[in-house]
Write a protein that binds this ligand. Structure first.
Ligand code: HEC
Ligand code: HEC
Length: 568
């Protein structure tokens, strides 16, 4: 007996050690520690000329803000926002979209098979027609989690030379949404390159995979549902594949900025001029472009002068594929289940500020966790011509045509124009397709998404919503109007802005048109009816109707605070 024990104890110890050793490895990183703003290396030129804070550089805005400002503000529900993006596409194609029931984003615990996360990416470049066409391919991405009432937005800032990270908070029926610039340091814990990220093939998390699509279908409240938030429940695998390509394109934009700025250096205007020249040649005919040619070698010599010794890293935007379904199946699933508890619905971060709740969720393995620092995909050196490809990719096919038409259908004449441009065009500023096109065409083309003079100021996250205490009439405006007239990126429609009750009221009183916009008795049925507020196709209008007598009284109270000035 005694003897047996002597054998059993060490055997048990070995077994336990083995079990411990075989347990699924979990990441020890947490977002609370990682989400500290990193002081950008002040020496890098790009870090000095491209904004590093949460808000965009003064006078510049995200593509998303421009689109909303051009279209009178943020539509609700989500399908209308999708329609707005779709309407910009000359082919009116639906954006690239996937559903992710069980993902790895910050709001992962708020999504499930019945309310999957919706990802959208724009995939078009409009032709130039008098003005420069909008080109959001690889530059505009949305992630919507319905149960968190939040849309995450990643869109490029053309003049600012970086992606902007934004949130639409409180996005729900009858709610007052807030469009804010997120705390960038939080987003870049996972979006490490300052741009989009996406898993690799075969994208098991997405509904491009039949098994994942099937779990969504089974959980949909209405068994007949074919789509969720306008996205088909089952997508072909080509969808996540295209999404992946678009995120790779986006990921290279910040790299192109670094190559243009840090690669050529502060004093490298000649290097940037040469770069533009070669980029246009490459864009014109990639097939016959010879990287071993004398002009390329001559330019590489220019690039060599100031190129950072450590090279310029291309951040890794690809995450390893994760298959959440197989993690739960068979022996492997049983084993995994012994060590990693399930997420209970609603647990975890409810919004993008709630980092501690996120950290309390079960951890992923370091390999699969987007928080784990990823080594660069590639490090570009002074001997590499990648800057040429990056700058070439800024131009659309239509841009090339427009340049050729403008310069007598001759690429040589386009290149002669590059040679003749003033030095200031190549000053160390963020490279911009629109700015270069204007310089090359010799005239300012109108472009939808650059001018910010008609926009309301950008908002940072964390500003609390207005508390209404002393001015009860503001509650009516809050219920029926705020969602469209507070925080609207179009300045002309932002007339209920203000940080305090007094400010908001003063702004409302200064907008005499409100009296008429609320005069349903007078204008209903006339040719002015379409200007009555709230608009007939809005959630607020539906409330207005449901509220009946209460709404009529509210209308009077609202009109009474605004001095009349018949301006309709
Ligand atoms: C914990 C990691 C993590 C954090 C933090 C995070 N994201 Fe993401 N995000 C992801 C992952 C993973 C994806 C791709 C797959 C998915 O959505 O599940 C993604 C995708 C996105 C997308 C769709 C485009 C793309 O890159 O694929 C947007 C838009 C987005 N995130 C915005 C934000 C914003 C804005 C913030 C900051 C407020 C943020 N994210 C913070 C992990 C994160
Ligand atoms: C669902 C969004 C939405 C809601 C809710 C809404 N509006 Fe509007 N409002 C708009 C849009 C869009 C326009 C611009 C219409 C145009 O220019 O054709 C507008 C225009 C106006 C204008 C005219 C502004 C100008 O200078 O031309 C006034 C005044 C106005 N709204 C007042 C109100 C009031 C008061 C309420 C609440 C009772 C309200 N709105 C609710 C979307 C909304």
């Amino acid at each position: 007996m005694k003897k047996r024990w002597r054998l059993l104890v060490p055997a048990l110890a070995v077994m336990l050690a083995l079990l411990w050793w075989l347990k699924p490895e979990q990441n020890s990183l947490d977002i609370t520690t990682l989400a500290k703003p990193v002081a950008a290396p002040a020496s890098a030129l790009s870090a000095r000329v491209i904004a590093q804070g949460d808000l965009p550089a003064p006078g510049t805005r995200s593509l998303f803000d421009h689109l909303l400002a051009q279209n009178d503000g943020l539509p609700y529900p989500f399908e209308k926002l999708v329609a707005l993006i779709r309407a910009q596409d000359p082919d009116a194609s639906a954006p690239v979209s996937v559903l992710i029931p069980q993902g790895r984003s910050l709001l992962k615990a708020q999504a499930d098979a019945a309310h999957p996360r919706v990802l959208l990416a724009a995939d078009f470049q409009a032709a130039n027609a008098g003005s420069l066409g909008i080109a959001p391919r690889g530059q505009l991405f949305l992630g919507f989690v319905e149960k968190a009432n939040e849309i995450e937005v990643l869109s490029y800032n053309e003049a600012g030379g970086r992606f902007e990270f934004q949130l639409v908070q409180n996005y729900c029926a009858g709610c007052v949404p807030r469009i804010v610039y997120a705390r960038r340091a939080i987003c870049t814990t996972c979006h490490q390159g300052g741009g989009p990220i996406f898993p690799q093939r075969p994208w098991n998390e997405t509904n491009g995979q039949a098994a994942t699509a099937e779990t969504i279908r089974q959980h949909m409240a209405s068994l007949k549902a074919e789509a969720y938030q306008g996205v088909p429940l089952r997508q072909p695998l080509a969808m996540p594949e295209r999404f992946d390509q678009l995120t790779d394109m986006g990921n290279f934009l910040p790299v192109t900025q670094r190559l243009w700025l840090d690669g050529c250096g502060e004093k490298g205007n000649d290097c940037r001029r040469g770069l533009l020249r070669l980029a246009l040649q490459y864009a014109d005919s990639p097939g016959s472009f010879d990287t071993a040619s004398a002009p390329v070698s001559a330019w590489l010599a220019l690039q060599k002068r100031w190129f950072p010794a450590a090279g310029i890293a291309v951040p890794e935007s690809d995450l390893f594929n994760r298959d959440p379904l197989s993690e739960r199946q068979g022996l492997k699933g049983w084993w995994h289940g012994l060590w990693v508890r399930d997420i209970t619905p609603g647990e975890g971060a409810r919004d993008n500020e709630d980092l501690e709740a996120f950290d309390r969720l079960p951890k992923l393995s370091a390999r699969l966790d987007p928080l784990t620092p990823r080594p660069p995909r590639q490090v570009i050196t002074a001997a590499d011509p990648d800057a040429i490809y990056g700058v070439a990719a800024l131009f659309t096919a239509s841009d090339l045509d427009t340049l050729l038409v403008r310069h007598g259908h001759s690429l040589d004449r386009v290149l002669a124009r590059v040679d003749a441009l003033p030095d200031s065009v190549f000053a160390p500023r963020p490279v911009s397709r629109v700015q270069l096109m204007n310089a090359l065409l010799g005239q300012d083309q109108s472009y939808c998404c650059l001018d910010t003079s008609d926009m309301s100021p950008p908002q940072a996250s964390g500003v609390p919503p207005l508390k209404i205490v002393t001015q009860p009439v503001l509650r009516h405006f809050e219920r029926y109007c705020f969602s469209c007239h507070r925080g609207n990126p179009a300045a002309r429609l932002n007339f209920m802005a203000g940080a305090t009750e007094a400010e908001v009221l003063a702004n409302i009183q200064a907008k005499s048109e409100i009296r008429d916009a609320l005069d349903w008795e007078r204008y209903e049925g006339t040719d002015k009816a379409s200007q009555l507020m709230p608009p007939r196709d809005s959630v607020q209008y539906r409330h207005w109707q449901q509220d009946g007598e209460k709404a009529r009284k509210a209308r009077e109270a609202m009109r009474d605070v605004v001095p009349g000035l018949f301006s309709f």
